[in-house]
Ligand binder design. Structure first.
Ligand code: GUN
Ligand code: ZN
Length: 438
C-alpha cells in the first residue's frame, strides 16, 4: 500500500465535457466511475466494480457518499488578486468604479504585510470556490507579486499572473516607467515563470493607462513564439472607455489595434470582456487565435453590456470565463456560468447555453485559453487529476433538488443554479488535495 497522496483511486459520480460542445455534438459525460490516479495523472477510468483490481493496492476513496458529484477543477481566466476586499461596490459604471473602489484598494498593496494578507485571502477564495487554475491580474507592485506567487506555490494552485503595468491616467502611486517595468518584469519572470505550476503573463492594465512605450515593454516581456509567457489585458468593456482609448491612439482604428500593433495579439493572449467588439476586431481575434474572457457578473454589476457570444463563436474566437473579482461578485465559476446563461437568455440572438456548455466554459475552455488543454480541463485518461467535489448539505435546497434531478444534465443544471462555495468539500491539483474531502 503506497503512502503517496497523489496516487489513489476515486469512486465518483463524475461529470465532464471531453469535447467542445460549441463545435461538435460533444455531449456531457456523466457516469459512476473509478478514476485511477498515479502520481497525479489519470491512468484509467474503469467501472466501479473493477476499482479494487485496478487500484494496484493504492487507497480506494469513495467520493459518492451523500450525493457527492465530481467535476474537473474549474479554470478562472480573469480574476484580480488585489481586489478581494473591493468586491460588492454596486451602482457604478467601470471608470467610476475603478476610481472609487478598485484603485484606492490596489494602492494599499504597496505595503508588503498588507499584500501578504490579501494574497492569502485571494488564494483561499479560489480554492474554496473549486478553482484549480487561474489567469490572475496581479498587483502594480513587484513586492506584492512575490507575495502572490509565494502563496500560490505553497498552496499548490496552477497560477499564471503578472505585475500590472500603467504609466498614465490612473494615479501616481500606481504608475511606473517603461524602464522600471522591464527590469522588474524580467526579474519576476526569472524567479517565478516555470516554477512548479506558476507562469508569467505580461499584463498592461488597459490601453487607457499605458503609453505605446509601455505596451512595447509588454511585447518584450512576452517574448517570441517559443516563449510561454502569456499576455492579458482588458478590451472593449465599456463605451466611455472605448471612446477614450480611441482618442488617445489616433493612429489606431480600433481598441484591439492598440495592442495588435505591438504584436500582443496571438494564441497566448487573453482579453477580458470584449462586450463592444466590432466585426473587424472579432475577425482579427479569430484569425490570431486570441481568447476572450467573458466575465458575466462583472458585466452585469457594472452595467457594461451583454456579451455577444454568438458573434465571437461565428468569428472563430475562443471564449472562456472569468470571475473578474472584484467587479465580479465572487469567486464561484458556478455563479458565473449561471449568469452567462441568463445573459444569453436576455440577448437578442443569444446563444442557448445548456448545462454541458456551462461546464465546458468553466473548465476545458479555460484550460484551452491558458494553453493547458493537454494537461487539465476534463477528467479523461492522461489528464492531471485537477478536480472539485461538491457535496450539498442533505437538507439544503441544492441537496434535495439534486436527489430529485430528472437526469444527469438536470443534475448538472442544479449545480450551476444552486451550488455555491459552501458546497465545495474537496479540491485536488495534480492529484494532491489542496482542500481535504470531508
Ligand atoms: N479595466 C481596467 N482595469 C480594470 C479593472 O480592474 N476591472 C475591470 N473590470 N476593468 C478594468
Ligand atoms: Zn478585470
Amino acid at each position: 500500500m503506497t503512502t503517496d497522496v497523489t496516487t489513489a483511486t476515486y469512486l465518483a459520480r463524475s461529470f465532464d465535457t471531453p469535447a467542445n460542445p460549441f463545435t461538435s455534438d460533444g455531449a456531457l459525460r456523466a457516469e459512476e466511475v473509478a478514476i485511477v490516479v498515479v502520481d497525479g495523472v489519470i491512468t484509467e477510468r474503469v467501472p466501479v466494480a473493477q476499482a479494487a483490481s485496478a487500484s494496484g493496492g493504492a487507497p480506494v476513496l469513495d467520493l459518492r457518499a451523500d450525493d457527492g458529484i465530481l467535476l474537473p477543477g474549474m479554470v478562472d481566466t480573469h480574476v484580480h488578486y488585489p481586489q478581494v476586499r473591493a468586491m460588492g461596490g454596486l451602482g457604478m459604471p467601470l471608470l467610476d468604479w475603478l476610481e472609487r473602489c478598485a484603485l484606492p484598494e490596489e494602492v494599499r498593496l504597496a505595503d508588503v504585510d498588507y499584500a501578504r494578507a490579501v494574497a492569502e485571502e485571494f488564494v483561499s477564495g479560489l480554492v474554496q470556490a473549486g478553482t484549480t487554475s487561474a489567469l490572475v491580474f496581479g498587483s502594480h507592485y513587484a513586492s506584492a507579486m512575490d507575495s502572490l506567487f509565494t502563496e500560490a506555490d505553497q498552496v499548490g494552485l496552477r497560477i499564471t499572473s503578472g505585475q500590472v503595468l500603467s504609466d498614465r491616467l490612473l494615479r501616481e502611486e500606481l504608475h511606473t516607467t517603461p524602464e522600471r517595468a522591464l527590469v522588474e518584469g524580467r526579474d519576476l519572470i526569472e524567479r517565478w515563470h516555470g516554477k512548479g505550476r506558476l507562469r508569467y503573463a505580461a499584463t498592461p492594465r488597459f490601453s487607457l493607462s499605458c503609453t505605446d512605450s509601455m505596451l512595447e515593454v509588454c511585447a518584450e516581456l512576452m517574448g517570441g513564439p517559443e516563449s510561454e509567457v502569456m499576455f492579458t489585458s482588458h478590451l472593449n468593456e465599456n463605451r466611455s472607455e472605448v471612446e477614450a482609448v480611441l482618442g488617445l491612439f489616433p493612429d489606431c482604428t480600433s481598441y484591439l489595434q492598440t495592442y495588435a500593433k505591438h504584436g500582443l495579439i496571438g494564441p497566448r493572449s487573453v482579453l477580458a470582456h470584449n462586450v463592444h467588439a466590432t466585426d473587424d476586431e472579432l475577425a482579427q481575434m479569430g484569425a490570431a487565435g486570441a481568447i476572450a474572457a467573458h466575465c458575466p457578473t462583472s458585466n452585469s454589476a457594472l452595467g457594461s453590456g451583454l456579451f455577444p457570444l454568438r458573434r465571437h463563436l461565428d468569428a472563430g474566437v475562443r471564449v472562456a470565463i472569468g470571475s473578474d473579482v472584484g467587479a465580479g461578485t465572487g469567486f464561484s465559476l458556478l455563479q458565473e456560468g449561471l449568469q452567462a446563461y441568463f445573459m444569453q437568455q436576455l440577448s437578442h440572438d443569444g446563444y442557448p447555453l445548456t448545462p454541458a456548455h456551462l461546464l465546458y466554459l468553466v473548465t476545458a475552455a479555460g484550460a484551452d485559453a491558458l494553453g493547458l488543454a493537454d494537461q487539465v480541463g476534463d477528467l479523461g485518461v492522461g489528464k492531471k487529476f485537477d478536480a472539485v467535489l461538491l457535496r450539498p448539505d442533505g437538507r439544503s435546497t441544492f441537496g434535495t433538488a439534486l436527489r430529485h434531478a430528472r437526469d444527469d444534465a438536470d443534475a448538472l443544471a442544479k449545480a450551476f443554479v444552486l451550488g455555491c462555495p459552501g458546497d465545495v468539500v474537496g479540491v485536488w491539483v495534480d492529484g494532491r488535495p489542496v482542500m481535504q474531502a470531508a
